[in-house]
Design a binder for this molecule. Sequence first.
Ligand code: ADP
Length: 339
Amino acid sequence: SSYHKVLEENRMLYNQVQDLKGTIRVYCRVRPFLQGQTNGQSTVDYIGENGNIMILNPLKHGKDARKVFSFNKVFGPTVSQEQIYVDTQPLIRSVLDGFNVCIFAYGQTGSGKTYTMSGPDLTTEQTWGVNYRALRDLFQISKERADVVKYEVGVQMIEIYNEQLNGLNVPDASWVPVASTQDVLDLMRTGQKNRAVGATALNERSSRSHSILTIHVYGKELVSGSILKGCLHLVDLAGSERVDKSEAVGDRLKEAQHINKSLSALGDVISALAQKSAHIPYRNSKLTQVLQDSLGGQAKTLMFVHISPEVNSIGETVSTLKFAERVASIELGAARSNK
Ligand code: ADP
């Protein structure tokens, strides 16, 4: 019967999910050179199959010029949106079984964070990012299970700018019930309109704010009556670039300080979780406060770390990869030795 099929599916999924639970996964994605770029020299020297990436620093010489960083996976510049999603899908599915999941996009401005999370063009499904693929899956699976579990889905869109939280879809940042991917697309358009800035300013501002799309799932099993609650946070972080202290003044300096503070607070929380510290410093930033319920415990975290291949980005590339290795370190070491 369809009930037993779903139970069996759930059991398999559960085993898959047990593998992922409590671990922090880090995937690195390298953006391709953009159209019209003439200087095609890449700082990415080599991408291994086992999650290694070798960076060539043209400013250094001899054996200091090459450095290897290790992650769960590394996706090169030709990897498609669909391929990126394959390894994310089990996490998304687990939300319907009552897990909390956080997916982050980290990297300097222009390295492809929004491309990974949203995609360049909503009108072509082929280039859809993780957000829309996740929603499509959630709605599809909940339909398939309709005889067994009755699901309700709600979304919330917020922005954190200068340590202040703003709701985008509705003034008070409350949940909006949704029944299809189209509902969410419509909400996002409203959200964009609600931002009191023009298109260029919007782009600039979005690189200096964290944007969080939260999908909240509430399910009731029809036979047993038991309730499950799951939650998916899709987080497009502010650009991680370090602002030159001598140049930044006024608003720019304030923004930069807030971004540095919240990104390092996030790094501190994730590495404290990885090391199973007794104290997890959630209170140190708005970002980690908002995500507290979905970081640690039974929750699962995935970070997409983005790098730009251009030579003039080498400084940011190295500091991005160092941050990501710190985030990944302990848990990754354990995962490796289990293989
Ligand atoms: P960020 O959000 O980190 O500031 P974007 O996602 O806006 O960066 O990407 C910057 C530019 O690079 C955009 O024009 C985007 O379409 C392009 N881009 C990023 N990643 C890819 C990719 N994997 N393939 C093709 N183009 C990409």
